[in-house]
Design a protein around this ligand. Structure first.
Ligand SMILES: *Cc1c(COP(=O)(O)O)cnc(C)c1O
Length: 375
């Protein structure tokens, strides 16, 4: 048996949508990108949605739109995919890491104020694994100190915090559509915001700095090619129409894992925050201290169960160590969690018998790798 870590859910409707774009020969800047954006405006009830070529591109544009530049500081989490910190680096600003809450694995809001300096411009919380960060506390701190809030919602499409959708809780938010996310279009991202000025700037910057009213070869500002093409947009639009179906399947798979793994010794299943509705991006369990996570992962791989160590600590990535001199011990909760988390195969079409196989393999591997003292 071979069970992949993730697998996109694409069907005949996506196929037909792509074919239609190909037949139209309009492959960029056409009607599909506008339709894809409209699905986000409708779903989240936000005035502005801008499709971009990736989640990372979207985060970069948010940093630019809020004029965060050299020497400015952005408070964020070291327990995330590296792009949430890199987007700050792109503009020679400084990511100020704040350790996480050991239960939610999101930035610990209670530690944020201590990290604020006169150079702080924004807070960039990540809704890790689809569980929203504490947006009440973060919003309050941001208001008090005059900071922008950029939500990295790349893992949280469909999640909500106290009934309000992730992506509508800050000044701007970004979703991402890499093939392992809740919806995919190949590569792609979506920025949403209520801020008309920021939206207009980002609209221009994603398209080479062109202005709405200028000509094709008039460039008002420094811009990029962060456009999303029509083929990707067409896939994304269909995936958004199927969003509730896709989220429902993922939630069922997560519920089955909960039941299968809930009483496996040495394994802690994902935390449920009563204030939040999680959108299942991945299913990450935590192994007890003393278990060799990497060895468990290797042996599961040998049995055809593809796992990932989500996430390695960002501050201990070579680029960040070289630039800032971070060392082990700087963010102890993140480091501890990073060493014990294991992302199991997870996607909407994962079958019950495959999940049972994963459980049995995990139980067997834990038994094999247990030290005599632990037994
Ligand atoms: C996926 C992801 C991104 C980046 O998305 P890409 O589309 O791959 O650029 C950013 N932040 C987080 C937390 C992510 O999981």
């Amino acid at each position: 048996m071979q069970i992949p870590q993730s697998r996109p859910d694409l069907g005949p409707r996506e196929m037909a949508a792509v074919t239609e774009v190909m037949e139209s020969t309009m492959l960029s800047l056409g009607p599909r990108v506008r339709a894809f954006e409209q699905t986000f405006r409708d779903r989240l009830s936000v005035p502005h949605a801008l499709a971009v070529s990736s989640g990372t591109a979207g985060l970069h544009l948010c940093i630019r739109a809020f004029e965060i530049g050299e020497g400015d500081e952005v408070i964020t989490t070291p327990f995330s995919f590296v792009a949430s910190a890199n987007c700050v680096e792109f503009e020679r600003a400084v990511p100020r890491f704040v350790d996480i809450d050991p239960q939610t694995l999101n930035i610990d809001a209670a530690r944020i104020e201590a990290a604020i300096t006169p150079r702080t411009k924004a807070i960039l919380p990540v809704h890790v694994f689809g569980l929203p960060a504490d947006m009440d506390a973060i919003g309050e701190i941001a208001r008090k100190h005059g900071l922008k809030v950029i939500e990295d919602s790349c893992e949280a499409l469909g999640a909500s915090w106290r009934g309000r959708p992730a992506g509508t809780l800050g000044d701007a938010a970004v979703f991402a559509f890499y093939p392992n996310k809740q919806i995919t279009c190949g590569e792609g991202g979506m920025i949403v915001t209520q801020d008309a000025r920021a939206a207009s700037l980002m609209d221009s910057m994603r398209n080479q700095g062109r202005a709405d009213d200028g000509g094709w070869l008039r460039h008002e500002r420094l811009g990029y090619n962060y456009r999303l093409d029509e083929l990707s947009s067409a896939i994304g639009e269909v995936q958004m129409q199927r969003l509730d179906e896709l989220l429902g399947l993922r939630s069922d798979v997560a519920g089955r894992y909960d039941r299968l793994l809930g009483d496996v010794e040495g394994v802690t299943i994902p935390y449920r925050d009563p204030a939040a509705e999680v959108s299942w991006f991945v299913y990450v369990v935590r192994l007890d201290g003393g278990i060799d996570r990497d060895e468990v992962m290797r042996r599961l791989g040998d049995r055809g169960v593809q796992c990932r160590p989500y996430f390695p600590s960002i501050h201990l990535q070579p680029y960040y160590v070289n630039k800032y001199g971070f060392k082990r011990g700087d963010f102890p909760i993140t480091e501890d969690v990073s060493g014990r988390t294991l992302s199991l195969p997870f996607f909407g079409r994962l079958q019950a018998h495959e999940q049972e196989y994963v459980r049995d393999a995990l139980v067997a591997v834990l038994r094999e790798t247990a030290t005599p003292a632990a037994r």
